[in-house]
Ligand binder design. Structure first.
Ligand code: HEM
Length: 350
């Protein structure tokens, strides 16, 4: 399974904005305008270029990337091209959703409404029915971009690392399977799950948290001091200081997680009682979803998505790592695997 395919699996159930969503982020095929294939690993999504370019901005002095931008070379050139692809797709999706709403308001039909964030945003524009207004396009495009940037690759990156841990830890896979069997499967074949049912999957939840601790999809964050300040540690922070916070490193510090911080132990998240249950860990310690006023608003939703996908895949298929496939993190603002996760997939039944 490579990273792109996991994204496909993730995006389909969510039906995020548009049916053609996953395909639309890929550059045109090689030989066309901006084709750029990596042998064996598929085409590069435009969105990957954006994430890598933003990561480079973290590393370079501002004057340097500004110069690249001005000269339109390197990562900044790729960023501009990626924006063009992205905008083209988003504006097309907005027009299509707008037309759908207009035709529906002219001749309402009794059909089951297909929910997408985009149609919900459009329908919510001040409760107005003027869907023809083009003024709101830019706002809609920015909303859609925020949702994609925040919710798409974060979930798929986390799932890749999660499936890697499951494929390399048979005892963890067995425990997840036992829990699914105990809590979900007695009612028959796999089907839609209620939130309560998904909440009852404590071991699966703990395994996802442990994955997020060691491989936080957003590995870095930064803050700038608007005014001179003093941190609780006593460190002086002059005005306009740019501080980089590594969530990745924080997840691997003994001072925070104890001597076994480098071990993958879902149990550290669970009460060791008969009932089980997830231990509350403050967000300033478990920072994968950020802490404070700008914390992730999609945290609960992402656990639901990840659990649905984990249950559907693990209960039906066995994933075995392809020998020799390199598993390394990528330099990007989202902690992807450099070459995706390559696994052999075998059906559990039949
Ligand atoms: C495993 C999955 C996810 C992780 C690890 C994650 C992590 C984060 C982090 C670290 C931030 C803070 C970013 C910053 O301030 O620089 C954030 C913000 C945000 N996330 Fe998530 N996220 C995930 C999934 C989602 C999903 C599924 C959605 C919605 C569909 C979402 C929506 C948002 C939004 C809207 C913000 C901005 C909140 C604000 O600034 O007020 N996230 N997320």
């Amino acid at each position: 399974m490579n990273g792109n395919r996991t994204r496909f699996l993730v995006n389909r159930p969510i039906g995020l904005i548009h049916e053609a969503w996953p395909a639309a982020f890929y550059r045109p095929r090689p030989g066309m305008l901006m084709g750029q294939a990596r042998p064996g690993y598929g085409e590069r999504p435009a969105f990957d270029d954006m994430e890598e370019a933003v990561f480079i901005r973290y590393l370079m002095p501002k004057s340097f990337w500004k110069l690249l931008k001005w000269l339109q070379i390197g990562e900044e050139k790729k960023l501009k091209e990626a924006w063009e692809i992205f905008d083209r797709f988003l504006y097309q999706s907005i027009s299509a959703a707008r037309e759908k709403l207009i035709s529906r308001s002219k001749s309402p039909v009794e059909e089951e409404e297909e929910f997408t964030f985009l149609s919900a945003f459009l329908a919510d524009q001040g409760g107005q029915t003027d869907y023809t207004s083009e003024n709101s396009n830019k706002i809609l495009r920015d909303h859609a971009f925020s949702l994609v940037a925040a919710g798409r690759d974060t979930v798929s990156a986390c799932l890749n690392w999660f499936f890697w841990f499951v494929a390399t830890n048979p005892s963890i896979e067995t425990k997840i399977l036992e829990e699914i069997k105990e809590k979900l499967q007695e009612k028959g074949k796999l089907r839609f799950f209620s939130t309560e049912e998904l909440n009852s999957l404590v071991y699966l939840h703990a395994t996802l948290c442990e994955t997020l601790r060691l491989y936080p999809p957003v590995p870095n964050n930064h803050k700038t001091a608007l005014e001179a300040d003093v941190l609780p540690s006593g460190h002086q922070v002059p005005q306009n200081t740019w501080m980089l916070i590594s969530f990745y490193s924080m997840g691997r510090m003994h001072e925070i997680w104890g001597q076994d911080c480098l071990e993958f132990k879902p149990e550290r998240w669970m009460w060791i009682t008969k009932q089980g249950g997830i231990i509350h860990v403050p967000s300033y310690k478990f920072t994968a979803f950020n802490a404070g006023p700008r914390s992730c608003v999609g945290k609960d939703m992402s656990f639901i998505q990840m659990k649905i996908i984990a249950v559907a895949l693990i209960s039906n298929y066995r994933l075995q790592l392809v020998e020799g496939h390199p598993v390394t993190p990528k330099n990007s603002i989202v902690l992807h695997m450099n070459y995706g996760l390559k696994v052999k997939v075998t059906k559990r039944f039949g």
